[in-house]
Structures are given as structure tokens and as C-alpha cells.
Design a binder for this molecule. Structure first.
Ligand SMILES: [Zn+2]
Length: 47
């Protein structure tokens, strides 16, 4: 289980992806936006 942050509404949510994280998409449960899962490290670099 990992925690991801929506790039649109900045809400955090838990997800449990299967296999590789890279390229996986998740739909935000708050605003409905789909976004690619990225690692915590990548989030820190981009923000
Ligand atoms: Zn959202």
C-alpha cells in the first residue's frame, strides 16, 4: 500500500498497485482526474 497525491486537488489517497509502479494510472477519488503513479522521490523533485 502506498500513498499518492492527486496533482489537481492535492488530496492524498492510498492505493495498492500490482506489479510495476511506473506507468500505472489511478483515478482520483475526490475529483475524478486520472494520473500516473510516481514515486515519492519524483514527487519531491517536481514540487
Ligand atoms: Zn483529485
Amino acid at each position: 500500500m502506498i500513498v499518492v497525491t492527486c496533482p489537481k486537488c492535492k488530496q492524498t489517497m492510498k492505493t495498492q498497485p500490482k506489479g510495476e509502479l511506473q506507468g500505472k494510472k489511478k483515478r482520483c477519488v475526490y475529483c475524478g482526474r486520472s494520473f500516473q503513479l510516481i514515486t515519492k522521490k519524483e514527487i519531491r523533485i517536481s514540487s
